[in-house]
Design a protein around this ligand. Structure first.
Ligand code: NAD
Ligand code: GLY
Length: 366
């Protein structure tokens, strides 16, 4: 375990610890932060099967009382009915306000548990133990919590920071490659939006991470968390710069919506295509060169991510633009898009016009 990273948010500050085998040390890592010696673990069935016992044993080793709730895995868990069930089950344990919830799982479990923590008894502490690459590099850090609504994804939620994030690299070794790849799209995003050196490192070393090299995985998680922690610390509630984290997300989200937020296209897979489209849009505006677009596409394709909507299916330009205009990031004078001035610097453009998107998409969907 290297020195922890720190998310500097005044009284809501916390550490991110990253290392190999941390689950077995979780008890001693969390104990000093607890308001009472009682925790409730929330996990999903697939993760619980793999990791719940190790976590429970570690908590017991540290003399902590624990209870566990296991929810079904999958995006369908992030909905009102399951939140209600979760709150019911939490209250059945008759917790007091000093209890701490521990989210053990991917982004789904982190998001719903964090949201439950923010409203249970008007707010109790929670700790993130992310077990997917996406959750380790993105969703467990920054305090966005929530569930999906009938009207769209992540429309109900809160900003509520965890007290600690524990990223055990070893858990990534049991992730299906497809999930690892989907999380990896968010990793590439950090290189494109703010760190050309990291992007270059990924071009050279990503394959070893995919082959299970824990040192490479650890570097990936660490650099990504460093980037996210810095951005979140400067704009916790996304009133400005935090929006750059949405690079590739507006059109990615439109593609996800058109595929019904289903297994046909995972979030990270959609972000990979969305990033390529955002880069092409940046080029159309003269912000970057054709070589930047090609470099991004080549890297994503090399690791096995699809880079064109055509690789997924047939999409309609008007429908995709319709989703973009409904996106919660849309503002008055045009659409808000995160663009890139080459690899390593993102900017926020708030004046993207419909005709620019038509031109981009007509070509991309041909
Ligand atoms: P997920 O939580 O659904 O996990 C993916 C699958 O992997 C699940 O079936 C899970 O059971 C399984 N799994 C988890 N860890 C495993 C492991 N170590 N080994 C084997 N299988 C494992 O999906 P995700 O990609 O982690 O997260 C997606 C969610 O994150 C979405 O709901 C998205 O909206 C949310 N998200 C939130 C933020 C945020 O800032 N809060 C950011 C990005 C994404
Ligand atoms: N995943 C985007 C954010 O946390 O702001």
């Amino acid at each position: 375990m290297n020195a922890p990273l720190h998310v500097a948010l005044g009284s809501r500050s916390y550490d991110i610890v990253i290392g190999d085998g941390l689950l077995a040390q979780a008890g001693s890592l969390v104990a000093p932060l607890l308001r009472s010696r009682r925790v409730i673990i929330v996990s999903d069935d697939m993760v619980a099967e793999l990791y719940l016992e190790t976590l429970q044993a570690s908590l017991e080793g540290a003399g902590l009382r624990h209870e566990s709730i296991v929810l079904p895995h999958g995006e369908q868990t992030k909905r009102f009915a399951v939140l209600e069930e979760l709150l019911d089950r939490l209250l059945a344990f008759t917790p007091d306000r000093k209890v701490t919830l521990i989210a053990l799982g991917g982004g789904v479990i982190g998001d719903i548990t964090g949201f439950a923590a923010s409203i249970l008894l008007r707010g109790v502490d929670f700790i993130q133990i992310p077990t997917t690459l996406l959750a380790q590099v993105d969703s467990s850090v920054g305090g966005k919590t929530g569930i999906n609504a009938r009207q769209g994804k992540n429309l109900i939620g809160s900003f509520y920071q965890p007290r600690l994030v524990i990223a055990d690299i070893a858990t990534l070794l049991t992730l299906p490659r497809r999930e690892l790849l989907a999380g990896y799209a968010e990793v590439v995003k950090y290189g494109v939006i703010r760190d050309p050196q990291f992007f270059g490192w990924l071009e050279q070393e990503a394959e070893s991470a995919f082959a299970g090299d824990k040192k490479a995985l650890s570097h990936i998680v660490r650099e990504s968390c460093k980037a996210k922690a810095a951005i979140v610390a400067s704009d916790e509630r996304e009133s400005g710069i935090r929006a750059v984290l949405n690079f590739g997300h507006t059109l990615g989200h439109a593609l996800e919506a058109e595929t019904g937020f289903s297994d046909a296209l995972l979030h990270g897979e959609a972000v990979a295509i969305g990033m390529v489209l955002a880069m092409r849009l940046s080029m159309m505006r003269g912000l970057c060169r054709e070589q930047d677009c090609e470099r991004l596409e080549a890297h994503l394709e090399k690791v096995g991510l699809r880079t064109s909507p055509r690789a997924i299916g047939k999409f309609d330009t008007a429908r995709l633009i319709e989703h973009c205009t409904h996106d919660k990031k849309a503002s008055d004078g045009g659409l808000t898009f995160i663009l890139a001035e080459g690899i390593g610097k993102a900017i926020i453009a708030q004046d993207i016009q419909r005709k620019e998107l038509e031109k981009l998409l007509d070509k991309a969907l041909l």
